[in-house]
Design a protein around this ligand. Structure first.
Ligand code: HPA
Length: 283
C-alpha cells in the first residue's frame, strides 16, 4: 500500500500524463477483456505503459495489455486505458479505480466504459452489444466499495447519487448512433460479481430473479468513482457468452470464449464508439 492519499496518487499519475501529452483529452475510454484491438484505431498515439505511471495497478490477466494511449479517434482527443485490473486480482476497490481518479484530475468530462459480460437475459446472445442502463453493485453492497473510508471532499461528496449513474443524454446519443448505423443493441442492467470463478446455475438464476441482464467482474467500481468525481458515463457490455442456468445446459463459459467473442464483435463496437465520438458535444 502507498503512504500517499488517493488524491496524491492520482495527482502523481496525472502529472506523468501531463508531462507527456501536449493536449489533455477530456474523453476517456476504458477497454474490457478482448477489446484491446480498439486501441489500434487511434492515430499516432502517445503510449504510456502502466508501469510508467506511479501507483498504477498492473494487470495479471491475459487479454489486458496495460497501457494508456492518448490521441485522436473519430475527430476527438481521447485517453484510452487498454487493459484494466479487477478486484479478483487482489487489488483494493480504491486501487482498481485509480485510472478513473487520474482521469478526473486531468479534467476528463466523459468516460466510455466497456466490458465483456455473460448474458443472463434469455433473449441475449453471444456477440450482442448491451448499453448499460443501470447496475447492481453486489461487490460494493457487500462492503468492498471504492468509496469506503474517509471521504476526500476534493474528489467528491460523501454520499453520491447513483439514481442516474449512466448518463441519459449519452444513452440517447448511443441509441441514435445505433439507429443511424443499423446496429441493434440490447439494453439492460449489469451486475458485478467478484469472480474469478464463473457463476453456478443457482447464482445465475438468482441474478436473473433480481433483475440483472448481464454479469461481469468489472466496470461498476469505475462507474461509481466516475460519478463521485462528476464524470459522465456511457457503459457498454459485449455479451461474450451465454451463462449457464441449469445442469442441463450444454455450454460452459471460459475466458478463451470471452476473448473470442470480443474479436467477432469488435467492428460493431468500434462503429458504435466512433459514432458516439463523432457526435459528442462536450458541455
Ligand atoms: N460471468 C462473469 N463475468 C463474465 C462472464 C460471465 O459469464 N463473461 C464475461 N465476464
Amino acid at each position: 500500500m502507498s503512504d500517499r492519499t488517493l488524491w496524491e496518487q492520482a495527482q502523481e499519475a496525472a502529472a506523468v500524463v501531463r508531462s507527456r501529452c501536449a493536449v489533455i483529452p477530456r474523453i476517456g475510454i476504458v477497454l474490457g477483456s478482448g477489446l484491446g484491438p480498439l486501441a489500434e484505431r487511434i492515430s499516432e498515439p502517445i503510449i504510456i505503459p502502466y508501469d510508467q505511471l506511479p501507483h498504477m495497478p498492473l494487470s495479471t490477466v491475459a487479454g489486458h495489455s496495460g497501457r494508456l494511449l492518448a490521441g485522436r479517434l473519430a475527430g476527438q482527443d481521447v485517453l484510452m486505458m487498454q487493459g484494466r485490473v479487477h478486484y479478483y486480482e487482489g487489488y483494493s476497490p480504491q486501487q482498481i479505480t485509480l485510472p478513473i481518479r487520474m482521469m478526473q484530475q486531468l479534467g476528463v468530462r466523459v468516460v466510455i466504459i466497456t466490458n465483456s459480460a455473460g448474458g443472463i437475459n434469455k433473449a441475449f446472445h453471444t456477440g450482442d452489444l448491451m448499453l448499460i442502463t443501470d447496475h447492481i453493485n453486489f461487490v460494493g453492497l457487500a462492503g468492498a466499495h471504492p468509496l469506503r473510508g474517509p471521504n476526500d471532499d476534493r474528489l467528491g461528496e460523501r454520499f453520491p447519487d447513483m439514481s442516474r449513474a449512466y448518463d441519459v443524454e449519452l444513452l440517447e446519443l448511443a441509441r441514435r448512433v445505433g439507429r443511424q448505423q443499423g446496429i441493434r443493441f440490447r439494453e439492460g442492467v449489469y451486475a458485478i460479481v467478484s469472480g474469478p470463478s464463473f457463476e453456478t446455475p443457482a447464482e445465475i438464476r438468482m441474478l436473473r430473479a433480481l433483475g440483472a441482464d448481464a454479469v461481469g467482474m468489472s466496470t461498476v467500481p469505475e462507474v461509481v468513482v466516475a460519478r463521485h468525481g462528476g464524470i459522465r458515463v456511457l457503459g457498454i457490455s459485449l455479451i461474450s457468452n451465454e451463462t449457464v442456468d441449469s445442469f442441463e445446459a450444454a455450454a460452459q463459459p471460459s475466458h478463451a470464449e470471452v476473448l473470442e467473442a470480443g474479436q467477432a464483435s469488435l467492428p460493431r463496437l468500434e462503429s458504435l464508439i466512433e459514432g458516439v465520438l463523432q457526435q459528442l458535444i462536450l458541455n
